[in-house]
Design a protein around this ligand. Structure first.
Ligand SMILES: C[S@@+](CC[C@H](N)C(=O)[O-])C[C@H]1O[C@@H](n2cnc3c(N)ncnc32)[C@H](O)[C@@H]1O
Length: 213
């Protein structure tokens, strides 16, 4: 059995976390208290490193929630970098706008309120980095739009590809069966694109990382 990333190793790595921004900590606390799903700290730290390396000018996020990831992306962008983030829940979008205003990154983040299926066909400029983090049953269809909107050399980052571990296990609880099947189907599609170099990484809930070629 692998001795990598058992609870003791996760706790050990976590002991080195040194997030100091009080707003980020407040948002993590808010998400926990209100059951808002946000990217795990491991996944967002990895994404922030990618952003620092790739320095995208135009970032698209599908699924804002309270703008936790949007703010963490925005804080690593250069002067001209912007994040367009789409959220269909008006309640989440309102909260997101509150947090964005508190963060001071209002000039870098544009929240687009609406269903991504309606918004994406209206976007005409391509993106350097796309983060897909919406409802799992919609991943396949949203991914098709992402492929059109992603620039050559651009990065696509998709969360939840291990889906609480169930994508890889035989025994799946009844209430996770349908969503697990969606993720398994998506993983096949994601990793078989001729114009995308992909990998699935066991970080957080499983990250799909693709570079458009
Ligand atoms: C997992 S949360 C996003 C978390 C956020 N990216 C973060 O890490 O901080 C998913 C969000 O996507 C939104 N969503 C789901 N399907 C959507 C769609 N088709 N269009 C726009 N938003 C969608 C949900 O309302 C929810 O707020």
């Amino acid at each position: 059995m692998s001795k990598i990333l058992l609870p003791a190793q996760i706790k050990y790595i976590e002991s080195f976390r040194n997030e100091k921004d009080p707003l980020i900590l407040e948002m993590e606390d808010f998400a926990k208290k209100h059951n808002v799903p946000i990217l795990s700290w491991q996944a967002i730290e990895f994404m922030e490193q990618l952003i620092r390396m790739h320095l995208p000018k135009r970032v698209l996020e599908i699924g804002t929630a309270i703008a936790y990831s949007s703010i963490r992306i925005a804080r690593n962008l250069k002067k001209k970098g912007i994040v367009h983030t789409i959220e269909k829940s008006e309640e989440n979008a309102e909260k997101a706008k509150e947090f964005i205003s508190k963060s001071g990154y209002g000039n870098k983040i544009k929240v687009i309120v609406g269903d991504a299926f309606n918004i994406l066909p209206q976007l005409d400029k391509k993106y350097d980095f796309i983060f897909l983090d919406a409802d799992k049953e919609d991943y396949k269809r949203l991914f098709d739009y992402c492929m059109v909107l992603l620039k050559k050399g651009g990065i696509i980052f998709v969360d939840n590809l291990l889906w609480h571990g169930y994508a890889a296990t035989k025994k799946v609880p009844a209430n996770y069966k349908t969503s697990t099947n969606y993720i398994r189907e998506f993983n096949k599609v994601f990793t078989s694109q001729s114009s995308l170099k992909t990998t699935i990484l066991p970080i957080g809930d499983g990250i799909g990382l693709g570079v458009k070629v």
